[in-house]
Design a protein around this ligand. Structure first.
Ligand code: URA
Length: 212
C-alpha cells in the first residue's frame, strides 16, 4: 500500500490481479460486476482500518472474556450515479447495517456548472463519516463537484474511494479538496480526448450494466 499524503493506492497483489481482469475487454458484464464488488470489498477492508473498537464481555462455551467489537460509528456510503452503484454490493457485504445515499450530477455544457439531478442522503448526514464511491476518477470534474455537494450537507468527514484513477484526476481532486483522503486501487497516467482513462478499462457504467 502506497501512501502519498492524502492518496492511498492499494496495490495488494489480489487487487492488482483483479484489476487486470477488469481491464480485459473480454471480461463480460457478470464477471465485471463480481470483480468490481470483490475489489471494493478488499479496498473497504483497508479503508476502514481506522474504525474505532470497544471492548465488551462475551461468553464463549468455556468462559466469559473481554473481546473487541466495532464501536457504534455512523458511516454513509454515497455512490455517484451510475457506475458507483456497482460498488455498493461489496460495501454492504462487509458492513450490512451501513447507510447508503445516492448522488447524481452532470456538468452543463454551456455554463460548465455542475447540475445535481438526484440527491438522497441519510437525514442525519451531519453525524456521519461519508465515503463517496465512483469506480473511475478520470478528469476529476465529477468527483470535485460531488465532494462539494456533499460538503454543503456538513458530514463529519469525507473519503473518496475509486478503483481506477488518472494522475490528472488525483491532482485536481487533491488540489480542490485537500482535506479528504482518496483511496484507489490503480493509477494510469493518461486521459484520451473524450476524458477516458488510458489504458483504463473502458466505460465502467456500460460494462457493469451491459449498455453501450
Ligand atoms: N468513466 C469511465 O467509465 N471510464 C473512464 O475511463 C472515464 C470515465
Amino acid at each position: 500500500m502506497k501512501n502519498e499524503n492524502n492518496i492511498i493506492i492499494m496495490d495488494h497483489p489480489l487487487i492488482q490481479h483483479k484489476i487486470t481482469l477488469l481491464r480485459d475487454k473480454n471480461t463480460g458484464s457478470k464477471e465485471f460486476r463480481e470483480l468490481i464488488s470483490e475489489v471494493t470489498m478488499l479496498m473497504c477492508y483497508e479503508a476502514m482500518r481506522d474504525l474505532p473498537l470497544k471492548e465488551i464481555d462475551v461468553e464463549t462455551p468455556l468462559q466469559v472474556t473481554k473481546s473487541k467489537t466495532l464501536s457504534k460509528r455512523h458511516l454513509a456510503f454515497i455512490p455517484i450515479l451510475r457506475a458507483g452503484l456497482g460498488m455498493v454490493d461489496g460495501i454492504l457485504n462487509l458492513i450490512p447495517t451501513t447507510r447508503v445515499g445516492h448522488i447524481g450530477l452532470y456538468r452543463d455544457h454551456k455554463t460548465l456548472q455542475p447540475i445535481e439531478y438526484y440527491c438522497k442522503l441519510p437525514s442525519d448526514i451531519s453525524k456521519r463519516d461519508v465515503i463517496i464511491l465512483d469506480p473511475m476518477l478520470a478528469t476529476g470534474g465529477t468527483a470535485v463537484d460531488a465532494v462539494a455537494m456533499v460538503k454543503k450537507r456538513n458530514p463529519k468527514s469525507i473519503k473518496f474511494m475509486c478503483i481506477l484513477s488518472s494522475s490528472q484526476g488525483i491532482e485536481l481532486l487533491c488540489s480542490s479538496h485537500p482535506d479528504i483522503k482518496i483511496y484507489c486501487a490503480a493509477k494510469d497516467n493518461a486521459l484520451n480526448e473524450n476524458g477516458y482513462i488510458v489504458p483504463g478499462l473502458g466505460d465502467a457504467g456500460d460494462r457493469i450494466f451491459g449498455t453501450k
